[in-house]
Design a protein around this ligand. Structure first.
Ligand SMILES: [Zn+2]
Length: 360
């Protein structure tokens, strides 16, 4: 990874990163060995050659990366907890002071989940216990590394039958690390044809659970429209293709909708093919839109948050001032309760030399 000093070496906020796309290769190898799970390699370098990549791949090829290593982690209590703990450690080292990590509890379970994912043998780790273990790992990480970490539970577009339980888990664990619900996966499956997703989001809204949706990453503006009007999304995961519908974009700008932008990810997934200089985030920046910079799946993209900031600086004309604005917007659009949000903002203003003491 990068040897040069980080381009923005100040406290940061990250809102869009998948826990199961941010596991340490050493941990995968360790649990693969312990559990006698066949992995494509037995060294970090060897493993990375299989699970990470540097040139754009199709969605199917990208998703296949998870199947290389998830069998080593899913279904194992220690692995799930360790993954969450080390995630916080990794983010603290990158200078992130507040992070929202997302994952599908079902994809880490091997019991009370149908089908049992990753070809695992059925076991006794339920999605409910997965959430509890992740919470324990995140909390231990917060204490050890002195940053704040919360979580977002993902519904999967291709598995609507899981969504009712996802929202129930959000409710059960809302005072214990979980702050929101997400919808991830193949955008060609729309939520209107899956009443389970819609119902889960309605229930989330009814209970005051925050909502974000992966939309307009590779899919058309219609998916974003649906996320906002039907699922009542408060933030949009990616959202690049909003620019293909000027009216919708103007409406979302006016609403101050937050876009969770992942530059390096958007190149490798083929979501944005116009080159970094013409990337949608350049327009977002020009228009003073509300967005954040995020890694998405740093294990698979062999990256850190510094990779995304470096791309933004080197190819998209980002300045120190814009990086500050981006992080302040991220904090304001975070799913923390108001008081904790103010505290986070206060920390950023202090670190950025922007005194706002009278307001807080
Ligand atoms: Zn994502």
């Amino acid at each position: 990874m990068e040897s040069a000093p980080p381009v923005f070496d100040k406290p940061k906020v990250e809102l869009h990163v998948h826990l199961d796309g941010a596991i340490k290769p050493e941990t995968i190898l360790n649990f693969g060995k312990k559990r006698k799970v066949c992995l494509p390699a037995d060294t970090v370098e060897g493993l990375l050659q299989h699970v990470s990549y540097k040139e754009p791949l199709s969605l199917t090829e990208f998703l296949a990366k998870f199947s290389h290593y998830m069998p080593a982690i899913a279904g194992d209590r220690d692995a799930v907890k360790r993954m969450a703990y080390e995630f916080v450690e990794m983010k603290a080292k990158e200078g992130v002071i507040y992070v929202e990590a997302r994952y599908s509890p079902h994809l880490l379970a091997n019991c009370k989940v149908c089908p049992v994912p990753w070809g695992q043998e059925p076991g006794d780790l339920t999605p409910d216990e997965v959430v509890s273990l992740v919470n324990q790992g995140l909390k231990a990480g917060e204490e050890a590394f002195n940053i704040k970490a919360r979580s977002i539970l993902c519904c999967m577009r291709h598995m609507p039958s899981w969504s009712p339980e996802v929202v129930e888990l959000c409710k059960k664990y809302r005072n214990d690390s979980v702050v929101a619900i997400d919808l991830a996966g193949d955008e060609s499956i729309n939520a209107e044809t899956c009443p389970e997703h819609r119902k889960a989001y309605e229930e989330a809204e009814r209970c005051g659970i925050h909502r974000t949706v992966h939309a307009g990453e590779v899919g058309p503006p219609q998916v974003i429209k649906e996320a906002v009007s039907i699922l009542k999304a408060e933030r949009i995961g990616h959202g690049y293709h909003v620019l293909e519908d000027e009216g919708l974009y103007m409406q979302l700008l006016k609403q101050n909708m937050h876009f969770e932008v992942c530059p390096w990810s958007s190149y490798l997934t083929g979501a944005c093919q116009s080159g970094f200089a013409n990337h949608p985030v350049v327009r977002f920046k020009k228009d003073g839109a509300n967005y954040s910079l995020n890694t998405d799946d740093p294990l698979i993209f062999n990256s850190t948050i510094h990779t995304d900031y470096k791309i933004a600086k080197d190819f998209m004309g980002f300045t120190e001032e814009e990086f500050k604005r981006v992080n302040i917007n991220a904090a304001k659009s975070s799913f923390l309760p108001e008081e904790e949000k103010k505290e986070l903002l206060y920390k950023l203003y202090g670190a950025y030399g922007m005194v706002k003491s009278t307001e807080f």
